[in-house]
Ligand binder design. Structure first.
Ligand code: MG
Length: 404
């Protein structure tokens, strides 16, 4: 992979999926309370190297708007779907701004159980191999294969030697794939078949059996089990928290600052009248620092010091609300959103009661949630220890992140 390689995921969600028998396309059927398409989008958002996720739907799709309203900015919806899958992919590629270093991972909307780790494995396998033009996730055929005659009787046993079942995602350079899809699209059932036709060398990368395509009744129940399941025995990749946990992550944060004269007291982004303020490199907002650390903790991305080192002059006097906003960008990039926050400030004085609602509203705004998702509590330390002697203040925060 050259440093300039850009990876875009293209999810084909323009089919009607009539075989499932729903009154709406199958990608909008809910599994574990979320549309299949949202699970699929989330799986690809879980792959860090994917810059953008593009979802191709039919023009005038009446369901997409509501479903897409909760997706992060990294997802773009293109209402350019055509009558066949190949035409939809071609139309999606046409709308992409793709240079020669753009790779596209084409994925079926109806494969919600794909794991970020297996997509990352495909990216590694293809982008580190200069000999190949692309690659696909696939599974070696384990069953004996029979070819039937017109009456449904066995005509022959077909050797399963070197036979693979093609899954998605399938990874190719966007420009090459567009060219490959520019010819006759009859008999093109996946992107690889179009690329094979122009002589591309395509790698088969072993995927997981759990990456099923929800196609016929009963598949939805199986997919739901895979989505909620812990790692299965078919895992070939070491399960990471990202691909085995349900759509929740928890984090906790703690911070402390000394009280000094001649500084404003800023708590939760709100200036509170008091004879002293908290001392620190930034504005020393002890509450926002604890919240920021809780979020970074939920993402397993270190702490506030790693991201905004006090040794860096850039953060001198920094507005902690800006630091928190930068961390919220990371939350979005990783495909998460804040569920709720519970925080406690410990200080002997001043009384926080009159400012609690203002702090709650400001923190809710920063976390992009409704105020009732934010709890701010204030305690004294019963005159014990340094906080009790009014030498400083501390804050604690617990945050829950949910899949966006
Ligand atoms: Mg601090």
């Amino acid at each position: 992979m050259t440093p300039s390689s850009r990876i875009v995921a293209l999810i084909c969600a323009a089919g009607v999926g009539a075989r499932m028998g729903y009154p709406y396309p199958k990608q909008y059927h809910r599994l574990l309370n979320e549309p299949i398409l949202t699970h699929t989008v989330n799986a690809l958002l879980g792959v860090e190297r994917i810059e953008e996720v593009v979802v191709v739907v039919q023009p005038n799709d009446p369901w997409i708007e509501e479903v897409a309203a909760r997706w992060p900015q990294r997802v773009t919806v293109l209402p350019v779907g055509g009558p066949t899958r190949a035409e939809s992919v071609r139309a999606g590629l046409m709308s992409l701004v793709a240079d020669e270093n753009t790779w596209v991972l084409v994925h079926d909307a109806a494969r919600p159980c794909v794991k970020p780790a297996e997509v990352a494995h495909l990216l590694d396998a293809v982008l580190t191999d200069a000999q190949v033009d692309g690659g696909i996730l696939a599974i070696e055929v384990a069953d004996t294969l029979k070819r039937a005659n017109d009456q449904g009787y066995i005509e022959a046993t077909v050797s399963r030697e070197r036979m693979w079942r093609a899954l998605t995602p399938q990874l190719f350079k966007a420009q090459a794939l567009y060219k490959a899809l520019s010819g006759d699209l009859n008999h093109i059932t996946d992107e690889a078949s179009a690329m094979e036709r122009i002589g591309a060398r395509i790698k088969l990368v072993k995927g997981r059996a759990t990456n099923i395509k929800v196609t016929t009744p009963g598949d939805d129940e199986m997919a739901e089990r895979f989505l909620s399941a812990l790692p299965t025995s078919s895992s070939m990749i070491i399960p990471s928290c990202e691909n085995t946990m349900p759509a929740l992550r928890i984090g906790q944060g703690y911070d402390s600052h000394r009280l000094v004269e001649g500084r404003p007291l800023i708590i939760g982004g709100v200036e509170i009248p008091f004879e002293k303020g908290l001392d620190g490199h930034s504005d020393a907002d002890v509450l926002l620092h604890a919240i920021t650390d809780a979020i970074l903790g939920a993402l397993s991305l270190g702490d506030i010091g790693t991201h905004f080192p006090p040794s860096d002059e850039k953060w001198k006097g920094a507005d902690s609300a800006q630091l928190l906003s930068a961390v919220m960008q990371l939350v979005h990039q990783k495909g998460w959103r804040v569920g709720n926050l519970d925080a406690t400030v410990v200080a002997e004085r001043p009384k926080f009661g009159p400012y609690k609602a203002t702090i709650q509203a400001r923190v809710a705004q920063l976390l992009e949630v409704e105020p009732d998702c934010v709890s701010i509590k204030a305690k004294t330390n019963e005159k014990m220890d340094a906080v009790g002697r009014q030498e400083g203040m501390v804050a604690y925060a617990s945050v829950l992140l949910m899949k966006a």
